[in-house]
Design a protein around this ligand. Structure first.
Ligand code: ADP
Length: 447
């Protein structure tokens, strides 16, 4: 096992990884920008190294500074968390070239899944069902028209390098295809420096359901069930559940078997998430994330597993030590992402947290790096906490989340807590009756 791990991230996820390390008796190295000198992940780490100025490009994305920090502190492995360098294949490769372990998949698999076209062709070859669409990249507008006619409108033009919902445009009819084609490509070129696009059938009322996978270096692959992440605004998830209110256990087992068989054939290692759109009982693969997800705690609660600990054990070469039949999904978990944003306009609201009281009690978990007096910096993501509850049934989990949100006090910055309260009180949400479009409509209906 490693004796020291460098955590190349900040905020709640840096703290989350640190907690797993501490419980495993592993020393931690925090890295931070000058804006984060007082951050909790820095205060609680065994060692901390400043890696640059506030801008992410110069600090949390600064590969040379992070590798120097690892070298001078004698760290043996690097955990990238989510975001920042977590899905950067070159980074994973460089880490390993320096004789350190990268706590994640191989650079090759990160690269394959980072290009959504390659990801889809790879998954199709492995027997995973896809959203109907173009067979690879679109060569030109004529090809886009032709494929759209074949599969039928509406269609979605998506960037091969896409992420965060950018470079994605819907064409409702043939009249819109030219504009969707050019806007998607322009956006993709601006955001990713790559204007390669592909086309998918636009599903009108799917749920976003994703599967948590874990694979060791000895060919063992398991899944920890699904998360329903349909509640999104501008393709950003806001509230997640495990399991999905829409899925029967037999459907979970079936897609789980397909996914684990595919990743076994691929020789995948460490944590990964397969994202699907689910409509009319069909799963359609859209992308794979080759890292820990923000919403991993809901899976941890229902499966009673520490996914970060598993990632570290696997990176150190340990076998899983259990099989699929040992994994049981029990009860229901919900996560609310607490962003420092205006709950109506969603404009980020950085500032100083004057009062903070974290909720507690049975089945309540708060993953956060904030404290009273902490200044939320304006440079990074606006998520300041994740509130997670676990209860025997979905109805009880909803009541528990409502109770926990009522207990939660954050003063000094605005948060989206009032919106979460409204969602949890909504009858359609309570019935589990929602698709990926539900939240946008709900937000619009509130104003
Ligand atoms: P990104 O990597 O930019 O997040 P994804 O491919 O994961 O892109 O898609 C993000 C979201 O966009 C999905 O969660 C879903 O809400 C929506 N979406 C993606 N593909 C489709 C599709 N074919 N039909 C309808 N909605 C889609």
């Amino acid at each position: 096992m490693f004796s020291k791990i460098l955590i190349a991230n900040r905020g709640e996820i840096a703290l989350r990884i640190q907690r797993a390390c501490r419980e495993m008796g592993i020393k931690t190295v925090a890295v931070h920008s000058t804006a984060d000198a007082d951050a909790m992940h820095v205060r609680l780490a065994d060692e901390a190294v400043c890696i640059g100025p506030p801008s992410s490009r110069d600090s949390y994305l600064n590969v040379a500074a992070i590798l120097s920090a690892a070298t001078i502190t004698g760290a043996e492995a690097i955990h990238p968390g989510y975001g920042f360098l977590s899905e950067n294949a070159d980074f994973a490769e460089t880490v390993e070239a320096h004789g350190l372990a990268f706590i994640g998949p191989t650079a090759e698999h990160i690269r394959t899944m980072g290009d959504k076209i390659t990801a889809k062709t790879t998954m199709r070859a492995l027997g995973v069902p896809l959203v109907p669409g173009s067979d690879g990249a679109l060569a030109d507008l004529n090809m886009a028209r032709k494929v759209a006619e074949e599969i039928g409108y509406p269609v979605l033009i998506k960037a091969a390098a896409g992420g965060g919902g950018r470079g994605m445009k819907v064409a409702q009819t043939a009249d819109d295809i030219e504009e969707a084609w050019s806007v998607a490509r322009t956006e993709a070129r601006a955001a990713f420096g790559n204007d390669e696009v592909y086309l998918e059938k636009y599903l009108d009322r799917p749920r976003h359901i994703e599967l948590q996978i874990m694979a060791d270096m000895h060919g063992n692959v398991v899944h920890f069930g699904e998360r329903d992440c349909s509640l999104q605004r501008r393709h950003q998830k806001l509230l997640e559940e495990a399991g999905s209110p829409a899925l029967e256990p037999a459907e979970r087992d079936a897609i789980g078997a397909t996914a684990t068989a595919a990743l076994t054939k691929l020789g995948y290692r460490n944590a990964g998430t397969l994202e699907f759109l689910y409509q009319d009982g069909q799963f359609c693969f859209i992308e794979m994330n080759t890292r820990l997800q923000v919403e991993h705690p809901v899976t941890e609660m229902v499966c009673d597993v520490d996914l970060v600990r598993e990632q570290i054990r696997i990176a150190a070469g340990e076998p899983l030590g259990y099989t699929q039949s040992d994994i049981k999904v029990s009860g229901h978990a919900i996560e609310c992402r607490i962003n420092a944003e205006n709950p109506e306009t969603f404009v980020p609201n950085p500032g100083t947290i004057k009062v903070f009281h974290a909720p507690g009690g049975l089945g309540v978990r708060m993953d956060s790096a904030i404290y009273a007096g902490y200044r939320v910096p304006p440079y990074y993501d606006s998520m300041i906490a994740k509130l997670i509850v676990h209860a025997p049934t979905r109805a009880e989990a909803i009541s528990r989340m409502q109770r926990a949100l009522d207990e939660c006090v954050v003063e000094g910055v605005q948060t989206v807590i009032p919106l979460h309260r409204k969602i949890l009180a909504d009858p359609s949400f309570q019935k589990g009756d929602y698709t990926i479009h539900w939240l946008e409509n709900f937000v619009a209906s509130q104003t």
